[in-house]
Design a protein around this ligand. Sequence first.
Ligand SMILES: C[S@@+](CC[C@H](N)C(=O)[O-])C[C@H]1O[C@@H](n2cnc3c(N)ncnc32)[C@H](O)[C@@H]1O
Length: 269
Amino acid sequence: MSESSGPEGAETPVADVAHNARVWNYWLGGKDYYAIDQQVGDHVTSMYPSIREVARADRAFLGHVVRYLAGEAGIRQFLDIGTGLPTVENTHQVAQRVAPSSRIVYVDNDPTVLIHARALLTSSEEGATDYIDADAHHPSAIVDAAADTLDFVDPVAVIMLGILNFIADTDEASRIVDTLMAAVPSGSYLVLTHPTLELGGEANEEAMRFWNENATPPITARDRAEVAGFFRGLELLPPGIISCSRWRPGHAADDEKTVAQFGAVARKP
Ligand SMILES: C[S@@+](CC[C@H](N)C(=O)[O-])C[C@H]1O[C@@H](n2cnc3c(N)ncnc32)[C@H](O)[C@@H]1O
């Protein structure tokens, strides 16, 4: 990461602990990470070689879903929580290419994401983007802040890719999802990805233990039933809860390799 990457006058934060947002950026082939992120990221890769494929599949899933939601589903508002560092094809770029009037609010609690957030604020003239520095543990505060940009009378796509795995307690993760989905009207959507030890992800157990001893925030995997629990009361869209690499609107792509990361989309009735 270049020393000049911080905002004017601010010091670049010292990194002695690997952070998920930066290691994820490293796995995605970005440039916004420190030596410690690379070391931990490489060690995880040696234990769980498919992690880079997981990261890439997760971003590709974001593209497929946002194109579908902004296109066929007619969604114009997106609340992307656990945004990560800006990369190519961020939510607003995908959505506003389909529908320039799309409004997007990004949320993350990582200080490095905050520093780089201005790259997420390049909205089309017709639409809007905003960034909120907030913790997912406080969903009502997120909704309040997002209301400056989003109108909660109209449908909103709540996007939480690779973030509920950082909420260790499943009841707490469900409470967060339920609070967010209670704040949006009928016709809104919930979009999730989540790592699992199923779908061939067994090797991730050891890698996650290493992560939790050497990096932050601590991570947890969930099985299909636990992920299904987050969609309680919502209508799952076909193809359901599936390897995120294979999710396409209405069907599963047969030619894509399975990765140990569930992806699913559901509509609020
Ligand atoms: C695995 S990355 C996923 C990034 C992006 N959503 C994607 O799928 O490419 C998870 C992101 O969630 C953020 N995150 C983790 N815990 C969080 C919390 N409690 N509140 C807000 N953001 C959180 C991390 O900082 C990181 O940027």
